[in-house]
Design a protein. Structure first.
Length: 296
């Protein structure tokens, strides 16, 4: 059988002493993929991305899987992917895509290509004064400050005029500032899982009451969403706007603007959770796509 590596990290592998609070999503992915991969003649092997190169012997292709600490070690992560690629191991998604997607400034490229994006200010750091200035620019009372290199709402700050940080507060990271959009709590975030450029399934993610973050770590919930033709077309337009051919997998996260159009929040191309519970055919679809790649 062809051996396929599923890259995990020190806090998602089952053998970890103290796993992340959302490590159950890793387990759901493996439970979904492993049987379908076996049926397609693929042997799915979970491996920590920081394992020595020798541990990757005989692996033909690696998926970036649940390598959910990469943002803490971005350079080391890229170097490992490049080293695997140099050994003739197919990396999905490839290092050049990871390099482009790792920093949220890729959203500017998508906007330049015609994608509808959320209004954003880009700053090397943010102070309390800068947060207030952003509210003036966006004509809003609430903004969200996010890391330019980050994942899973890590380190995000929701700042409002009524609860400004101390005058000496500093975000401490290259940042992106966006207006808070009530749609996140009303309709929720719509996610479109795309395999080899084709829509696999879609879902709606809603935050817990009183929160705005939709990740399971913060009590967010997910439900199957049957996208309209217009919604599916909006997600397809983001895939078409990428500066490279459609990758093996992608998750396009979108939020509705006040005029009803969908805006892209994220084009997740590195190690997105692909929500197999909402897409029961995901394992078979991915296994087929990888088997096709192995034959070409």
């Amino acid at each position: 059988m062809t051996k396929i590596g599923f890259l995990a990290c020190e806090t998602t592998v089952p053998s970890a002493g103290e796993r992340r609070g959302d490590a159950f999503e890793h387990d759901l992915m493996i439970s979904s993929l492993a049987p379908a991969f076996e049926a397609a003649g693929l042997d799915l092997c979970v491996i920590d991305w920081e394992a020595p190169l020798e541990a990757f012997e005989s692996i033909a292709l690696v998926m970036l899987g649940t390598s959910w600490n990469y943002q803490d070690k971005p350079q080391a992560f890229l170097e490992k992917l490049e080293a695997l690629n140099e050994r003739g191991i197919t990396v999905c998604n490839p290092p050049d895509i990871v390099r482009w997607n790792a920093k949220k400034t890729y959203l500017r490229d998508l906007a330049d290509a015609g994608a509808r994006t959320i209004p954003t200010l880009w700053r090397e750091n943010v102070t309390a004064k800068g947060a207030l200035e952003a509210m003036e620019v966006f004509d809003t009372d609430r903004i969200v400050v996010k890391r330019q290199i980050g994942a899973g709402a890590m380190g995000q700050e929701l700042i409002s005029r009524g609860s400004m940080p101390d005058a000496d507060w500093s975000f401490g990271h290259p940042a992106m500032l966006q207006p808070f959009l009530p749609a996140i709590a009303e309709e929720g975030e719509l996610s479109f899982v795309v395999i080899e450029g084709e829509l696999s399934h879609a879902l709606r993610k809603l935050p817990a009451n009183g929160d705005y973050r939709i990740q399971s770590l913060y009590g967010g919930t997910e439900n199957v969403h049957q996208p309209s033709e217009e919604e599916a077309a909006a997600a397809a337009a983001i895939i078409a706007a990428l500066p490279f051919p459609a990758p093996l997998y992608a998750r396009i996260d979108m939020l509705r603007a006040e005029d009803g159009a969908l805006m892209v929040m994220e084009a997740e191309l590195i190690e997105p959770y692909l929500y197999p519970e909402q897409g029961p055919g995901l394992g078979k679809r991915l296994a087929g796509a990888i088997a096709n790649r192995m034959r070409t």
